[in-house]
Design a protein. Structure first.
Length: 336
């Protein structure tokens, strides 16, 4: 990518990001996260959706994961955007009107989108994330760096439905969904989300990262690093669940597991009970045998042609795939 927009001059007038809270909008509209969590814990096998990783500590731990030597997706995606940035920017400049909205799905710390501000010159940055407190902090910091760019934060759970408040975006937009987060969705749900992203783009474009199939040893190391940061990220989920559900998980009872399921083409993360135990919460409980697991994340790994086909099935056109020399990661560019 060409150089970034220069940081704020010292005398730039202050601007505050706007914030819209719609967190919980994607969960059961009647019962909310507690009911969703209780149902998952009572399912056979037990499961907790990966969106519950992201309390403020979970978001910070994810940012730490992106720095780990084993976690190739972030640096590989960044290298692809660096190497192919001029070509991507050329296509997007032709496809989008001046002053378009840049919609960042699962924005996290917004660092990846910030690298697009200079080359693409969006008219507004709309950052969407379930981890509201973390997003507010991240946007405040970004706004200080880029005071001239209007920014809107949307605290939203888009797992069940991607629908932004009225007027967001205002016209043809770039939907940016990096980090291979689309891999957390099984193919039918990924298709649904890509269709909703297309409706959101309003004739604009999509720039999305998808992780590709590669040797299982590389995949498993990326999700089970030597330092134990991914294990901490996985176990921290239980602290978050304790707060949301009022449950009594003891983190030390649970061991992090990551394995590649070749039949499903996905990495799975689990938490495995280290002894027989019972977890209780108001109105419910679940007994776990020693060795029994809670499924906490699936991360689907795609063949490039299959992901391109999924994009086309969702209605996206002029799909292009940019990859790295090892073909470990794909950045896909598509038009609405
Ligand atoms: C793997 S991180 C990626 C962060 C950043 N975009 C990157 O590529 O480094 C996934 C992000 O998506 C957010 N997220 C996860 N599930 C979500 C959901 N259901 N709705 C909205 N945001 C979600 C998380 O809070 C987190 O910031």
């Amino acid at each position: 990518m060409p150089p970034l927009t220069p940081d704020a001059p010292p005398d730039a007038p202050p601007r505050a990001p706007t914030f819209v809270s719609r967190a919980g909008a994607g969960t059961d509209p009647v019962a909310g996260p507690a009911a969703e969590l209780a149902a998952g814990l009572q399912a056979q096998p037990a499961a907790i959706a990966p969106k519950y990783f992201y309390d403020p500590l979970g978001s910070a731990l994810f940012t730490a994961i992106t720095e780990l030597p084993e976690y190739y997706p972030t640096r590989t995606e960044a290298a692809i955007l660096q190497a192919c940035g001029a070509e991507i920017a050329g296509v997007l400049r032709a496809a989008l009107p001046p002053g378009f909205d840049l919609v960042d799905l699962g924005a996290g710390d917004g660092a990846k989108a910030a690298r697009l501000f200079g080359p693409l010159a969006p008219g507004r940055y709309i950052a969407v994330d379930i981890s509201e407190a973390y997003l507010r902090q991240a946007l405040d910091a970004l706004q200080r760096r880029f005071p001239a760019l209007p920014m809107v934060g949307v605290g939203l759970d888009f797992a069940a439905r991607l629908a932004l408040p009225e007027g967001l975006p205002a016209g043809p937009a770039l939907v940016f969904y990096p980090g291979s987060s689309i891999g957390n969705f099984a193919p039918p749900q990924a298709l649904r989300l890509l269709r909703e992203a297309r409706a959101l783009a309003r004739g604009g474009a999509l720039l999305i990262g998808a992780d590709l199939v590669k040797p299982p040893a590389v995949l498993e190391a990326a999700y089970d690093d030597a330092l134990g940061v991914t294990a901490a990220f996985n176990r921290n989920l239980l602290s978050h669940v304790n707060r949301l559900l009022g449950s009594d998980f003891e983190l030390a009872d649970w061991k992090h597991r990551a394995l590649f399921n070749a039949a499903e083409s996905r990495i799975e993360m689990h938490l495995q009970a280290q002894r027989a135990l019972t977890v209780r919460w108001p109105g419910g409980e679940r007994r776990f045998g020693a060795g029994e697991r809670i499924h906490t994340e699936s991360s689907y790994k795609w063949q490039p042609a299959a992901f391109e086909a999924l994009l086309r099935q969702a209605g996206w056109r002029q799909v292009q795939c940019f990859s790295d020399p090892l073909a470990w990661f794909g950045v896909f560019l598509a038009q609405g």
